[in-house]
Every structure is written in structure tokens, then in C-alpha cells.
Design a protein around this ligand. Structure first.
Ligand code: RM4
Ligand code: MN
Ligand code: MN
Length: 430
């Protein structure tokens, strides 16, 4: 397996921090022992945690106003995988990549071989019928799976089925479908008719799923449809997933809700009814901001994981939602942002494991709202960084991923090896 960052450099960087990591770990171990918690178990949990990296996240994103290209951005999916391998090597928590088609379209066997070479697998494949690909016959300007034009719908269905085929070749087990379909004006289309067409199209995609596959339906409140988005909310997503059948589940992208929506409650509802397929983790202040996970509202991320911990206890191993990041980076080095985000999601996972569930149940039973809330806060306030650092070091990663990455000079190296492509896109997501 090719190591993208020199293993000697990682070991050297870790050595410099070893005494500090050990001291912090022992101190936290003492605090947790007084609370009756075994730090070793938590470290093992952290080592078992994994979240997929979005292939599109390692490029610089952009907005509809402009895209400011980053140095050494990957120019194709093979280079994207190399960047993803850096993230996994240093964090030891992102062993898979979630690819997007047609953006990442190449020979699937070559792509899988590149993944194997770098020690990376493939998570859910994402289809794209929200923009037109070069040479495509029918435009998605007025919709894809919901389009009025039957040939456009058929083309969108065929693309999703092709994504399943590529995913099979990559060893993936799920297809994520997000469509921007909707209306920008009242009256532009029939609200019910659009959803009927969506279901008819998705039925064909569903029927093409292998037995051991899932399709994840991703809802989003608005954008690019600013008046009415066909799959705008978890209710519509749930109705669609229920209508399609057991292989269809709902995907919660944390940025796809109105501000202040109680997302953890949506998570609890979907889990209760067996329809929680997975996540796109990110953070937001206003809309689909695609900011780094935990950068704006880490308490919300913790509360989401608190519901996941509860569902895992109730439902056992059958409860197994897919974890993916979905972010766009405009002002940071995407590798650094994705490493930080993986760590933040892992942090919320470990904090949720710290919740004293017996005490919480007792406070709930006694209607002791103050102590119930304090029980959650006690877990959230615990700085589990020493556990995360120790987990990384034990798994062969970096005690401090960002400083190790900077010390490696990877960005400078790829900046000279990957000169900016002439005519590279100047706006929008790449
Ligand atoms: C959408 C949605 C999808 C992602 C695209 C790039 O807003 O989050 O998951 O594939 O953006
Ligand atoms: Mn998403
Ligand atoms: Mn989004």
C-alpha cells in the first residue's frame, strides 16, 4: 500500500508530542474513572469510527459568484483519491471515499485499483442530474427525474442506473440521489404532479438496485429551486422512501434545513421508523453553507450523535447508518478542513458515548428537566481530544493531523506537480 505522507515523518512528529499526548490521556483517564468510565473502551470505540470523504470536497468549492482556485488542487479523480489518502493516513478515520458521477467518471476498474493502491474503499456513489454534462442530449434546466419531458426523465433514470453499475464495480453498496428539481415560480409546475413523476422515475432506479444495495434519498429545503423544491424536507423524503420500499432510506445532510430546525428530532424520527440511511455531515449558519463539521454548532452535532447512540442501544447492530462528510471549502486548504471535520464528527461520537444513560432515564422519569439537560451537557463539555489523539497514534495516524500535514509539505509538492488547468471552471462546485 502506498503511503502518501512519509511514515517516518509522521512518527517523528508524533514523537515530539508523545509525552504530552500520554500525560493528557492519563489525566483524562483519571477524570473518567471517577465517573465510572473506562478510557480504554472509549479509545477502542474511537479507533473503530469511520466517516467517508466526499471526492468533490478535496477541490476548492466556490459559490455562484466566483471560485478562487486553490494551490495544487486535484485535476482528476485519481489526484482526488491521493488527497483523500492523506486525510485517512493522518486521521485514520476516513477509509472510504464517496464519489460523484459524472464528475469522477473514468474506467471503474482503474479507479478501484487506485483505491486499493492507496488503501481506500468506496462508499455511496452520488448521481448528478442537477447540472448538465458535456454532450448530454436533454438539459436538466427544467428538472431531471421530475421533468415534464419524458425523454429527459428517462435520461436521468439511465444516469442513476449507470451510477449503480459503476458503484458495483467499485464495491459500493449505496446510491445517493439528490435532485435540485423544483420550481422557481408559483404555478411553474404542478406540485403534486412533480412528485408523482419523481416517484415514477425513482421506481425505475429502485428496481435496478442489487439485493444488498440501498438508495439514499437526500432532501434539501431550497436551492436551486427557490419557490418549491420537490424533495424539500424529511417528510417528503420519508414518504418517497416508504413508497419505494425497504431498500430506500433517507439521507440527512445537516445543512439542508431551515435555520433552527431541530435536526436531532428528525434523526430520532427516521431511526424510529427504520428509514435513517445516512448523513452528509457539515455545518451551517444560514442554509446549505457546507462549512466544516462542528465549526458553527458543535452542540447540535453532539445532539445528533446522542440520538444515534440511543438508536444503536434500542435497535442493536441492525442500526447502521452511513456516515459521510459533504463540505465545500473556499478559504481553507480542503485537506485540512476535511481532517478537522472527520475529527469533529468522531469527537461528537465519543462524547455521545459518555452520556450517563441510566442517569438520563432517571431524570426523565422524575421530570427533572434541569438535571436531564445537565447530564447531556456534562458529556458535551468533556474534552475528549486526548482520546482522539491516542486513537490516531495507536492506529498509525498523526497525533496532530494539521501540524503533521503542514510539516509534510504535501501542499507545496502537489502545487508544483499539478499546475492549474487552463480554462478551469471559475464558478460553482467542481
Ligand atoms: C447538494 C447536496 C449533494 C451534493 C451536491 C454537490 O447540495 O448536498 O449531496 O452532492 O450538493
Ligand atoms: Mn449533501
Ligand atoms: Mn448540499
Amino acid at each position: 500500500m502506498t503511503k502518501v505522507i512519509d511514515a517516518g515523518l509522521v512518527a517523528e512528529q508524533n514523537d515530539k508530542l508523545a509525552a504530552q499526548v500520554q500525560a493528557d490521556y492519563e489525566a483524562l483517564g483519571g477524570v473518567l474513572a471517577r465517573r465510572g468510565q473506562d478510557i480504554e473502551k472509549l479509545t477502542a470505540l474511537a479507533q473503530g469510527f469511520a466517516v467517508a470523504v466526499p471526492s468533490w470536497g478535496v477541490g476548492t468549492g466556490g459559490t455562484r459568484f466566483a471560485r478562487f482556485a486553490g494551490r495544487g488542487e486535484p485535476r482528476n479523480v485519481f489526484e482526488k483519491l491521493e488527497d483523500c489518502a492523506v486525510i485517512h493516513q493522518l486521521t485514520q478515520s476516513t477509509p472510504t471515499v464517496s464519489p460523484h458521477f459524472p464528475w469522477d467518471k473514468v474506467d471503474a476498474r482503474e479507479l478501484r485499483a487506485k483505491g486499493d493502491e492507496l488503501g481506500l474503499g468506496f462508499d455511496a456513489v452520488n448521481s448528478n442530474t442537477f447540472s448538465d454534462a458535456i454532450g448530454q442530449e436533454h438539459s436538466y434546466k427544467f428538472g431531471s427525474l421530475t421533468a415534464n419531458n419524458a425523454a429527459t426523465r428517462a435520461q436521468a433514470v439511465a444516469h442513476n442506473i449507470e451510477c449503480i453499475e459503476i458503484g458495483r464495480a467499485l464495491g459500493s453498496k449505496a446510491l445517493t440521489v439528490w435532485v435540485g428539481d423544483g420550481a422557481n415560480f408559483p404555478g411553474q409546475h404542478n406540485l403534486r404532479g412533480a412528485l408523482e413523476r419523481y416517484l415514477e422515475s425513482m421506481r425505475q432506479v429502485y428496481d435496478a438496485l442489487p439485493d444488498d444495495w440501498n438508495v439514499f434519498i437526500e432532501h434539501k429545503l431550497f436551492e436551486p429551486a427557490f419557490y418549491a423544491t420537490t424533495i424539500a424536507d424529511w417528510g417528503t423524503s420519508f414518504a418517497a422512501a416508504s413508497a419505494l420500499g425497504p431498500k430506500a432510506k433517507c439521507l440527512v445532510d445537516l445543512g439542508h434545513h431551515a435555520p433552527n430546525t431541530n435536526i436531532e428530532m428528525i434523526v430520532a424520527r427516521l431511526a424510529q421508523f427504520g428509514k435513517l440511511g445516512g448523513f452528509h455531515f457539515n455545518d451551517s449558519k444560514y442554509g446549505d453553507d457546507d462549512l466544516d463539521s462542528g465549526s458553527i454548532n458543535p452542540f447540535q452535532l453532539f445532539l445528533v450523535f446522542n440520538e444515534l447512540a440511543d438508536a444503536a442501544l434500542r435497535d442493536g447492530p441492525s442500526f447502521n447508518p452511513a456516515y459521510m462528510l459533504d463540505q465545500s471549502h473556499n478559504v481553507t486548504d480542503p485537506i485540512e478542513s476535511l481532517m478537522n471535520s472527520a475529527v469533529e464528527v468522531q469527537r461528537a461520537y465519543i462524547q455521545s458515548a459518555l452520556v450517563d444513560r441510566a442517569a438520563l432515564v432517571e431524570h426523565q422519569t422524575n421530570n427533572d428537566a434541569l438535571q436531564a439537560a445537565a447530564t447531556l451537557k456534562a458529556a458535551f463539555r468533556t474534552d475528549v481530544s486526548p482520546i482522539l489523539a491516542m486513537a490516531r497514534v495507536r492506529s498509525g495516524g498523526a497525533a496532530d493531523p494539521v501540524s503533521c500535514y503542514r510539516a509534510s509539505g504535501y501542499r507545496d509538492r502537489v502545487a508544483s506537480a499539478r499546475p492549474v488547468k487552463a480554462g478551469a471552471s471559475s464558478s460553482g462546485i467542481v
